[in-house]
Design a protein around this ligand. Structure first.
Ligand code: ZN
Length: 66
């Protein structure tokens, strides 16, 4: 099956596999409209189909109890 080009927010898994978290160099996985680091759990937004791998823009996914 070819990549689903009709879904702009879905990122090709093979592309994600080449990317690394800029904060800790951990593996990233695509999760809806963001890339989530498996190590530090930062969530990087995908803006216009381009992942914004910028630490300052990452969301700390595990900070739910503020
Ligand atoms: Zn990380």
């Amino acid at each position: 099956m070819p990549a689903n080009l009709a879904t702009p927010l879905a990122f090709d898994a093979s592309i994600v596999a080449t990317l690394a978290c800029p904060a800790c160099h951990g593996d990233l996985r695509s999760e809806e409209a963001r890339l989530v680091c498996a190590s530090c759990h930062r969530a990087y937004p995908i803006v216009d189909g381009i992942p914004a791998l910028i630490v300052e823009r990452a969301e700390a996914a595990s900070s739910k109890n503020d």
